[in-house]
Design a protein around this ligand. Structure first.
Ligand code: IVH
Length: 682
């Protein structure tokens, strides 16, 4: 054997180191640069390979291993950490106009003893991130500790939690100093925050107030598993203790160096000359503030030269070389004047707080969504309340919290109306849903456009040429209010619309005429009844034969239809119980809309109705599909997986996990013969 062959086989330690280096590299590409080089699945494969080695050789585990990002232990409390270099705060310039930048530059020049004729001072201008300040301590390139700012002298150890943040490197790239403490801000992106709240809303749980509080809460969690589920991000902006490293000459150079170490540094920064440069940066960022993916509450100016920074020094707890220049706040207090309920295009009812006008996030806000009844109740927003309103980015303004101590006496709890505020039809909230909906789909003014488009679509009554734009025009011009109006409008009304030639108007009329001859399933589907899709419409038509029979069927009778469950049955019943909806149907028929009707379908005997079967393995005689058809013809449902609700599992040759699951749950198991016997005796 040649020595080369020995060399070709890496030891577990070498393999682990190699995998870690690869994972560090790809995590940086993915989390920091947002430019992955390999698919997620490949990353997962490398990750699992490393996990396997570490499981087999626990002695090879290191604190900077990417596998250590999750799974820290639950703590009793956070442990205090004394900062090697205090974490200071910066003076805030509250004048949000250009004056703020000019005042700072004037102070710096005075303290440096510069004359008016001296050249402009150079600054590094960056964003003031709205999150939580963190000190990351790297020793020989490895992240050894992360701490919050606390009172500036002593913070709290949050190392386990910070390790879960993918953007924060566990090991620095390149030649790392003996000690380098990197300071920066942990924050939550606005879209991540919205998604988190959307999930909370779906689960019917409490929503979070704003990204900053949510990020701060997540970092100070005692259970790192919870932190790991919160989508946190990080930007580096400064230094703490440093040993064994020659600092760059400027702050901008320092940020470049931090980026080269693999730390996330925000690209929205610049080197600015004098007050004019700062003013320009302040204005430029103000213009793009809403478009940034995260919240900022201002910008920060720092004297760029580190030598000049040292010369300027500190005034008690604040550096003289830096200042925060604010923007108008994104949260404000105001009062609730009323709570209105708005109806969307699809009939969804949304409670909206009418507010005393307030300037927030750079616009005057008078409305804020309360989303739905649950949320309005949970926040307990009442007319007369003093509330915190938040408007950040392009997100719709929101009431995030109520100040209960300011509530006027006699303020009453908000309840959703039982009727639609637009058309008066019943408003219902279906089981398991968070939203109330108007049930007057065909008649409701708010739902007109949607109802017409749904009716006219190809899969429904199919009115060629009646698309988005035309419907928009017809409804806005009040030519069409409800579906029957479509058949009543004349050539003139159509031709009078903007950009409508007489010829195309005639084409639309022809298409309308043609659409009058339709089929019952298409017409039924076209009515836009909630939960009644094409397939259900077909089933209903087949089962009942005529529209009148469907409109008059009781919930029980509706439930007899294949695939119609309680939700669909209830939805049909509510829809046809609205006199306005029925009136529209009658008018459509009076306009000449017609179809063939038949007798109700002969009801085959359905001895296995209500029983659920699961088929697994290969059967001796029947193909799987044939067995399925036979069972379905007898009224049974054939499902894909075994659960407690399964009545029978029919197992053939080489039945696998489904059979095991059936045994585990105590579900009856048949073979093909057993199934055929059941079908013949049933
Ligand atoms: S520099 C000695 N730069 O604002 C200067 N701070 O009062 C130390 N912050 O809680 C701070 N963005 O967390 C600096 N680009 C930035 C910042 C920033 C946000 C926060 C920081 C601190 C507060 C300063």
């Amino acid at each position: 054997m040649t020595p080369d062959l020995f060399a070709a086989e890496p030891t577990p330690a070498e393999r682990a180191a190699e995998l870690r280096a690869q994972l560090h590299h790809h995590a940086h590409r993915y989390y920091v640069l947002d430019a992955p080089e390999i698919p997620d699945a490949e990353y997962d494969r490398l990750f699992q390979a490393l996990q396997a080695i570490e499981a087999a050789h626990p002695e090879l585990l290191t604190t900077d291993s990417p596998t250590q990002r999750v799974g820290g232990k639950i703590l009793d409390g956070l442990v205090p950490v004394r900062h090697a270099v205090p974490m200071l705060s910066i003076q805030t310039e509250t004048d949000t106009t250009a004056g703020g930048a000019e005042a700072f530059d004037a102070r710096v020049r005075r303290e440096l003893g510069l004359a008016e004729t001296d050249p402009a001072v150079e600054y590094a201008a960056e964003l003031k991130f709205d999150g939580l300040a963190i000190n990351l301590r790297y020793e020989h390139g490895v992240l050894v500790q992360a701490a919050t700012r606390g009172d500036g002298e002593t913070g709290e150890d949050v190392t386990q939690n910070i390790r879960t943040i993918g953007q924060i490197p566990l090991r620095l790239n390149g030649e790392a100093p003996a000690v380098i403490e990197v300071r920066g801000e942990v924050y939550m992106r606005r879209d991540d925050f919205e998604k988190l709240n959307e999930r909370q809303r779906e689960k019917g749980e409490k929503t979070y107030i704003n990204p900053r509080n949510t990020a701060a809460g997540a970092v100070r969690q005692l259970d790192p598993a919870i932190t790991a589920q919160r989508p946190l991000s990080f930007f580096a902006y400064g230094l703490g203790e440093v040993r064994g490293w020659t600092l760059p000459d400027t702050h901008s150079g320092l940020l470049d160096a931090l980026a080269a170490f693999g730390l996330p540094v925000c690209v929205d920064r610049c080197v600015a000359q004098g007050a004019a440069g700062l003013v320009a940066f302040h204005a430029q960022i103000a213009a793009k503030r809403d478009a940034l993916p995260f919240d900022i509450d201002g910008v920060v100016y720092k004297v760029n030269s580190l030598a000049l920074q040292r010369e300027l020094g500190f005034k008690t707890r604040e550096p003289r070389w830096a200042v925060a220049h604010k923007y108008p706040a994104q949260e404000q207090l105001t009062t609730v004047l009323a709570i209105d309920v708005q109806v969307g295009r699809t009939g969804k009812l949304t409670p909206v707080a009418k507010l005393a006008p307030v300037f927030v996030g750079n616009v005057t806000v008078t409305n804020a969504t309360l989303h739905n009844e649950n949320e309005a109740r949970r926040k307990d927003v009442r007319v007369g309340d003093t509330v915190i309103v938040r408007r950040a980015g392009d997100v719709i303004p929101e009431v995030v919290a109520v100040l209960p101590e300011k509530r006027p006496e006699g303020a009453t709890v908000f309840t959703m109306p039982h009727t639609c505020p637009v058309c008066g039809s019943a408003a219902v909230r279906e089981e398991g849903e968070v939203d109330h909906r108007c049930t007057g789909g065909l008649f409701c003014g708010a739902q007109r456009k949607q109802a017409i488009l749904h009716y006219a679509q190809r899969r429904a009554v199919d009115i060629e040429g009646l698309g988005d734009k035309l419907v928009e025009q017809l409804v806005d011009a009040d030519v069409v209010k409800t579906l029957p109006d479509l058949y009543r409008m004349g050539l003139m009304a159509l031709a009078n619309l903007d950009r409508m030639a007489e010829k195309s108007a005639q084409n639309v009329l022809d298409a309308l005429e043609k659409s009058k001859h339709t089929t019952l399933p298409r017409f039924l589907f076209g009515l836009g009844i909630r939960h009644v899709g094409e397939a259900t419409a077909k089933d209903l038509a087949r089962h009942f034969g005529s529209l009148d029979a469907i409109m008059d069927a009781s919930e029980e009778q509706l439930l007899e239809v294949n695939d119609v469950g309680p939700t669909v049955a209830q939805s049909l019943r509510t829809f046809f119980d609205q006199p306005h909806n029925r009136e529209v149907v009658e008018q459509l028929r009076a306009c000449g809309v017609h179809w063939e009707e038949g007798a109700p379908a002969e009801r085959a005997a359905q001895p296995l109705a209500g029983k659920t079967f699961v088929l697994t393995g290969t059967f001796p005689k029947l193909k799987r599909e044939e067995a399925k058809e036979m069972l379905e013809a007898a009224g049974a449902k054939v499902a894909g997986s075994v659960s407690k609700k399964t009545d029978y599992v029919v197992a053939g040759e080489e039945a696998g996990s489904k059979l095991d699951k059936a045994r585990e749950l105590g579900v009856a198991v048949l073979d093909e013969t057993g199934m055929l016997a059941l079908l013949s005796t049933a």
